[in-house]
Every structure is written in structure tokens, then in C-alpha cells.
Ligand binder design. Structure first.
Ligand code: S3P
Length: 438
């Protein structure tokens, strides 16, 4: 454990740049490993989760090489040519690595054992086991459909049409990736849109993929036995990492912070929309495209936030940002009500229970419901923070970073029990914060 107290901080001013998008970084390495030839990537997030993906793709035959900071080269083996790994694939803390790679392995003649840390080993894998079993893969999972699990890929796999029972980009992506090496057309029906990086990037790599909107649903079809062409990829900044600094600048008085290069794909941009509805002063500067994704620099100024009822339809487009939003809500004027957030209970931790406990322990007024939190804000006053027991982060990077932000806007600071998980997604987080809080 590496505990740390995050102390109150003066105004956040200046410019920062957040690291590369985690979802896009994972997919860059995976798709690069499936293309024949050399893919080059700049701006890759070098967090532990992405390094788990890189190690797994190496174990299955791809050459994945770091050339410099964020600058990587992947020499792929081609769809259908992944090799049998010689040891268990250690996924660390990363649900995205696990579920997407299960999809890849499911349609290759490979047997792989997936293992992970205590947090990942508690998370449900049944949601990918179900469709991948329908495609012909076989699984021996730990009780409750969890890691460690053994997966035997099908050769050939059979194409399916699968309607997503949960709004999950990981499940969607697992099925589409399995479909790449499956004869025929694999179809995923998405009743609620989720992040669409897999679709955009598969197309970019030359897969035949179509998306049809029908009766409010998205029907995604991928033609199997695909041949992927290597690409040059520039990874945009991660809006989920920017979220902590957006909220910090909104709640720390006097702040005026520019966050450069933030990805604003509409399937990811829900937090900015909700914070603006709450009165957050966020200006988009220099809107442009990076790597086929909309990007802008965000100018964020301290604001008097107003509590709102957050539209549950926005949840998938900000699913990883709720811990940060809860911190903003805790210092708003009035009450913020969130609902439709059952998925937060199966993230790196149960983010509803863990954030309710964490915020309550630093003086916020929070009520936990089955599918959301209701938070009565302080009306712009700092949270008390205090000398209570350290906040329990449960191996969850986003809890640690959110509560660090709560500490900046508290009277007495907030101690988190373990900052190590921050390195899974945002290794520079503490250094960036130190640079701003001088
Ligand atoms: C991700 C999808 C989301 C998100 C995760 C990254 C992805 O998970 O929480 O951090 O890259 O596809 P779910 O698919 O479980 O919602």
C-alpha cells in the first residue's frame, strides 16, 4: 500500500496535457498485432493496463516495441495467426485487456489462461463468456464466471447475431474482435450506444464493418476472415483522465486551467455536457481531429456549480467519470441525483458503495440507492476532509484520483489508502498535480 494525503491547493492555473486514451491505446496494440506489417503509434498511454495488453500480444506472437515516450511499433502476425501463449496471460487490473483479448483468442486455435489481481478476479466475465461460447469457444471459469479462467478458442468459430444485454463496449468489442477470424458475418446489436472506438479503428485498419441505425438501435456487422492493414496511429488525450483536472479546476476557487488534446468523441463526452448543465464554465478551444477522433483543448474556470438530476441516458458516455462527477456534486449548490448506474457496481470496485463511503468520510452528504447516488452539495464550501481513517480505494485508480481531487478542495486534506493503482491509467497524475499545486 502507498498511502498519501492530498492537501488543499491554491488555484489551478496554466496548461496541462493528459496522456493518451486508454481505450484507443489498447485497441491500437491489439489491431496492430492482427495486421500484417508494421503499425506505428504515437501518444500511446503507457499505463499498466495497456502494458498488460502489450505483454499478452507479445506472448501470442506479435512484436511490440517501445521506441520512445508514447512512441511504439507493433509488427503484427495477421488475423488467424496468433500463437499459443506459453504461460498464463496476466491481465493485472485491466478489464478491457481481459474482455477484448478473450474475444481475440475465442476464434483462434489457442488455449489461454487469464489471470488478474484481486479487483479483476472479482469482476464478472459471464457477459463475454456467453456470446463467445455461442461462437464455439469453451471456458472453464472460476465460480461466478470469474478469473482465473481457461479459454479454448474455436476453429472455425461460428458467426452469431448478438444483442447486447448490458450497455458495454467491452462486450461489443469482444464479439467484433472474435468475428474478425470467423467465417461469415458477425453481428452485434446495440440497443444503447457505447464508445465506438472499436468500430472506428476496425474500419481504419481495413476491416469490412458497417453500422446501421434501426429503430434507435445500432446494428454492427463485421465480415470475418479479415485482412487488416497496418496503420499509423496518433492517440488523442483521454477524456477520462482529463475528468479529474476538469473537476479540480471547477471546484478550486480562482482556477483557470487549460487541458490540451482532450478526446471528445460523442460516445465519451457526457461529463463535459453534465458539468456544463450544472453551470460549469468549460470552453472548447481549437477543435480538431486527431487519429480520426474529435479533440479540443478545454479551458476550465472555477464555477458555482448547481446540483441537477443527471439524465441516465448520458451514463454510457461518461461511465468512467461518475466518481469525479460525485466529487463535483459534493461541492455544488443543491442536490444532485444520479440513477441508472448499476454498471458502476462491477467496475474496478463497486463505485457506488465505495464513493458513497469515501465522500461521507470526508464530510459530504450522500445517500446510496440501488442504481445511483443522491448528493447534497456544500453550496460551494470546501469539504471538511480531516483526520479520519484513510479513504479505502479498493484497488480502483479512479477512486484514488477522485478523492485526491476532493482533497484539493477540502479544509484539512484527504488521505487515500493506496495511490499505486493510479499507474494503471494515469502514471503522471501525481506529478501533474504537484506541478499545479505549488
Ligand atoms: C471500455 C469500456 C467500458 C469502460 C472501460 C473501458 C473499453 O467498460 O468502463 O474503462 O475500452 O471498451 P464496459 O464495457 O464494461 O462498460
Amino acid at each position: 500500500m502507498r498511502p498519501r494525503r492530498f492537501l488543499p491547493c491554491g488555484p489551478l492555473r496554466g496548461r496541462i496535457r493528459v496522456p493518451g486514451d486508454k481505450s484507443i491505446s489498447h485497441r491500437s496494440i491489439m489491431l496492430g498485432a492482427l495486421a500484417v506489417g508494421e503499425t506505428t503509434i504515437t501518444g500511446l498511454l503507457e499505463g499498466e493496463d495497456v502494458l498488460s495488453t502489450a505483454a499478452a500480444m507479445r506472448a501470442m506472437g506479435a512484436q511490440v516495441e517501445r521506441l520512445g515516450q508514447g512512441n511504439w511499433r507493433v509488427d503484427g502476425v495477421g488475423v488467424g495467426a496468433l500463437l499459443q501463449p506459453q504461460a498464463a496471460l496476466d491481465m493485472g487490473n485491466s478489464g478491457t485487456s481481459t474482455r477484448l483479448l478473450m474475444g481475440l483468442v475465442a476464434s483462434h486455435p489457442i488455449t489461454a489462461c487469464f489471470i488478474g489481481d484481486a479487483s479483476l478476479s472479482r469482476r464478472p466475465m459471464g457477459r463475454v463468456i456467453d456470446p463467445l461460447s455461442q461462437m464455439g469457444a469453451s471456458f472453464t471459469a472460476s465460480p461466478g464466471g470469474r478469473l482465473p479462467l481457461m479459454l479454448q478458442g474455436a476453429q472455425p468459430a461460428v458467426p452469431i447475431e448478438y444483442r447486447l444485454p448490458v450497455a458495454s463496449a467491452q462486450v461489443k468489442s469482444a464479439v467484433l474482435l472474435a468475428g474478425l477470424n470467423t467465417p461469415g458475418i458477425t453481428t452485434v446489436i446495440e440497443p444503447v450506444p457505447t464508445r465506438d472506438h472499436s468500430e472506428r479503428m476496425l474500419r481504419g485498419f481495413g476491416a469490412e464493418l458497417t453500422v446501421e441505425e434501426l429503430g434507435g438501435e445500432r446494428i454492427i456487422r463485421v465480415v470475418g476472415e479479415a485482412e487488416l492493414r497496418p496503420q499509423t496511429i496518433e492517440v488523442p488525450g483521454d477524456p477520462s483522465s482529463a475528468a479529474f483536472f476538469i473537476v479540480a479546476a471547477l471546484v478550486v476557487p480562482g482556477s483557470e486551467l487549460t487541458i490540451e488534446n482532450v478526446g471528445l468523441n460523442p460516445t465519451r463526452a457526457g461529463l463535459v455536457e453534465v458539468l456544463r448543465q450544472m453551470g460549469g464554465d468549460i470552453t472548447l478551444l481549437n477543435p480538431r481531429e486527431v487519429g480520426g477522433e474529435p479533440v479540443a483543448d478545454l479551458l476550465v474556470r472555477h464555477s458555482a456549480l448547481q446540483g441537477i438530476a443527471v439524465d441516465p441516458a448520458l451514463a454510457p458516455s461518461m461511465i468512467d467519470e461518475f466518481p469525479a462527477l460525485f466529487v463535483a456534486a459534493a461541492m455544488a449548490h443543491g442536490t444532485t441525483v444520479t440513477s441508472g448506474l448499476d454498471e458502476l457496481r462491477v467496475k474496478e470496485s463497486d463505485r457506488l458503495a465505495v464513493m458513497a463511503a469515501a465522500l461521507t468520510s470526508v464530510g459530504a452528504r450522500v445517500t446510496e440507492q440501488e442504481d445511483g447516488l443522491t448528493i447534497e452539495g456544500t453550496g460551494g464550501e470546501p469539504l471538511s476532509g480531516g483526520a479520519n481513517a484513510p479513504v479505502a480505494t479498493h484497488l480502483d485508480h479512479r477512486i484514488a484520483m477522485s478523492m485526491a481531487v476532493a482533497g484539493l478542495a477540502s479544509k484539512a486534506g484527504v488521505e487515500v489508502d493506496d495511490t499505486r493503482p493510479i499507474a494503471t491509467s494515469f502514471p503522471q497524475f501525481e506529478a501533474l498535480l504537484e506541478g499545479l499545486c505549488t
